[in-house]
Design a protein around this ligand. Structure first.
Ligand SMILES: [Mg+2]
Length: 391
């Protein structure tokens, strides 16, 4: 069996689906992370990377040799790694695993050693309100969190603050405290509330905010600083009992290694579709397990990426919880023929037990919607003095 052709589809809202085809007529699907790499729209960059990698290293090859092809795509680039290269490898890697599972008649997690769990717990997002869009951001967040719990979810996550000054006021801290306190009150002590600082906090404000929010016992605090300042994580971790999470902007094992060695994190959040695919994310999960660190894979994109994540969660004994944005979203499910795969029970998904990644894609629908302009927005965030801050 050889890989003979491919199609890369840009589909709404901002996803890139890759289809690989083989000489014996099999089809494998993967998803390439395409969002905010720079200037918002990174679709042309990832498309170019996928085109080059496939033409140079994958077309004409035996798809069953996933590790060989992964190494060829990675090591043959003298300048390697980073979001574009690793997202392109990721989408190709997922499609190769899909092909391998379909050829074997087994779900990918069985090829990875077999399931370590029966189901995968999910969290739902509570929208971040800046205060400009609703009169009472704390009440709005509390209402939304309660709705998720009523729908069966056992965990929610929210970004408790808009962009901050490098050192901000007591009022800014109090606004975050009101929101998180209202959510904790709304859901009670049996539900987990995770926080995402989204890299909006300087290391000084991360410590101050964590101290103010500690009483609500968050599940974890994500990206208390941007990845450029991960060196500050040990100091932040020392200052709080809130578990520290990060990793959605890291792309390979070597970038996670210093965090693990420094005892700086409790949860790592690789994104399967931007950190080299199932192959690399499984290795990151194994490394993390060695350090008593959990994984909570990042996944703010489409159903193929989510399904690929579920296979890593299935086999990783240290999988804590899975991010997702597509469950219950009819627009997302219009590409999926077996959308029962994404119907949770008590806030958790069953393992996808079909062959390969397990998603039956409606190829006609994908073709029909491909080429639609993708929705991106990444204008600068501003501090009070007009300088550019994080958002
Ligand atoms: Mg995040």
């Amino acid at each position: 069996m050889r890989i003979t052709s491919y199609d890369l589809y840009a589909v709404p809202p901002r996803w890139q689906f890759l289809k690989l085809e083989t000489s014996d007529g099999r089809v494998g699907w993967g998803e390439v992370y395409t969002k905010w790499h720079f200037a918002g729209d990174s679709e042309p960059a990832t498309r170019n990377a996928v085109d080059q990698l496939l033409h140079q290293y994958v077309l004409g090859e035996d798809p069953s040799r996933i590790e060989y092809l992964w190494q060829a795509m990675y090591r043959s680039s003298f300048y390697r790694g980073g979001p574009v290269h690793m997202s392109a490898i990721a989408g190709i890697d997922e499609a190769l695993w899909d092909l391998k599972g379909k050829a074997a008649g087994m779900p990918v997690y069985d090829l990875l050693g077999g399931a370590a769990r029966d189901r995968v717990r999910l969290y739902q997002h509570v929208r971040a309100h800046s205060g400009d869009d609703v009169a009472d951001p704390a009440a709005a967040a509390a209402t939304e969190a309660r709705e998720h719990v009523e729908a069966g979810y056992t965990a929610v996550k929210l970004i408790p603050t808009a962009g901050l000054e490098l050192i901000d006021t007591p009022a800014a801290v109090e606004r975050a405290r009101e929101i998180v306190g209202a959510v904790r009150d709304a859901v009670g002590p049996d539900v987990d509330v995770a926080l995402d600082f989204h890299g909006r906090t300087s290391k000084a404000m991360a410590r101050r905010l964590a101290a103010a929010l500690e009483e609500f016992q968050p599940m974890f605090v994500e990206e208390p600083v941007t990845p450029e300042h991960d060196h500050a994580l040990p100091r932040i971790a020392e200052a709080t009992s809130i578990p520290i999470a990060t990793g959605e902007r890291l792309y390979a094992r070597d970038e996670f290694r210093p965090l693990l060695e420094a005892n700086a994190v409790d949860v790592v959040q690789p994104d399967v579709s931007s950190a080299g695919g199932i192959t690399e994310t499984k290795k990151i999960a194994d490394m993390a397990e060695t350090y008593d660190v959990a994984i909570a894979p990042h996944c703010p994109i489409g159903p193929l990426a989510l399904a690929a994540s579920l296979h890593v969660d299935a086999v990783a004994p240290n999988a804590l919880i899975q991010e997702q944005v597509v469950v219950g979203d009819g627009d997302a499910m219009r590409y999926v023929e077996n959308d029962e795969l994404f119907e949770p029970t008590d806030g958790a998904l069953e393992l996808p037990d079909g062959p390969g990644i397990g998603v039956e894609i409606d190829a006609d629908r994908v073709r029909e919607l491909a080429g639609t302009a993708l929705g991106f927005d990444r204008s600068p965030g501003h501090r009070a003095d007009g300088s550019v801050g994080e958002r």
